[in-house]
Write a protein that binds this ligand. Structure first.
Ligand code: OAD
Length: 229
């Protein structure tokens, strides 16, 4: 039986595709304060600004491609039962061929109505004020904003609890509850990390690749293949 390889990915894995990370630069996200564009209060204050911001991100996503790190992770499905938990709202894991991806913070290409608990639906175009569901409720991006619940957390915890191998790739671990998933890693699970700047103590220093996602995946892949059984 294949071993369970659980991956927690963040913005760093998409950096080499040309998608900006959140915390590497000046505290601004694509020139906006995070609380203006990624919070329910920001949406209440200026909904069109928020919709425009995500429209821009959605358009950018259509112009970028998965990189080698996404592709190598997809390839690992030949050897492992790979479960990807991503904090990213892009669809680059899926476009690279990964078949089991859980989006903790929502998806750029989905929207839902502003009513609590509404079902997400596919959306590839721009979203504007006046775009509504069939009952006339305004649509909003299907994104978990700061201060909102993370509905997929319980599912993610269950996945992590079953990990034989765990890979942390391209995340600063600054955002909770996502970062708390590390507490659910079983004691006998082997942990690997790929990140050029992250500070984290792990038992086996050889398992920490302080480099980019693509370079780290190139180095890690042959090692993982050796321990697949
Ligand atoms: P961050 O921007 O906080 O962290 C990006 C991480 O990627 C850092 O640890 C960098 O060192 C690393 N990195 C940079 N370039 C890299 C490369 N080429 N290869 C590999 N790693 C690289 O992004 P996240 O940890 O994903 O939430 O942020 C978590 C959440 O905060 C996001 O999901 C988003 C944000 O607010 C929402 O939008 C809800």
């Amino acid at each position: 039986m294949k071993k369970n390889l659980v991956v927690l990915s963040g913005a760093g894995i998409s950096a080499e595709s040309g998608v900006r990370t959140f915390r590497d630069s000046n505290g601004l996200w694509e020139n906006h304060r995070v609380e203006d564009v990624a919070s329910p209060e920001g949406f209440e204050r200026n909904p069109q600004l928020v919709l425009d911001f995500y429209n821009e991100r959605r358009r950018q996503l259509n112009a970028v491609q998965p990189n080698e790190a996404h592709r190598l992770l997809a390839e690992l499905e030949q050897d492992f039962n790979v479960r990807i938990i991503t904090q990213n709202v892009d669809d680059l894991h899926e476009r690279a061929g990964s078949s089991n991806v859980l989006h903790l913070h929502g998806e750029l290409k989905k929207v839902r109505s502003v009513l609590p608990g509404s079902e997400p639906m596919e959306w590839t175009a721009d979203l504007n004020i006046g775009d509504t569901d069939s009952r006339g409720n305004q649509l909003r991006p299907h994104i978990v904003w700061f201060g909102e619940e993370v509905p997929e957390m319980a599912a993610a915890e269950k996945i992590v609890e079953l990990a034989d191998l765990f890979l942390l790739i391209g995340t600063s671990l600054q955002v909770y509850p996502a970062a708390g998933l590390l507490h659910y890693i079983p004691g006998d699970c082997e942990l690997f990390v790929i990140d050029p700047h992250l500070t984290l103590n792990i038992t086996n220093a050889d398992n920490f690749y302080r480099t980019t996602a693509t370079e780290g995946m190139r180095l890690l892949l042959p090692r993982l293949r050796k321990i697949r059984n």
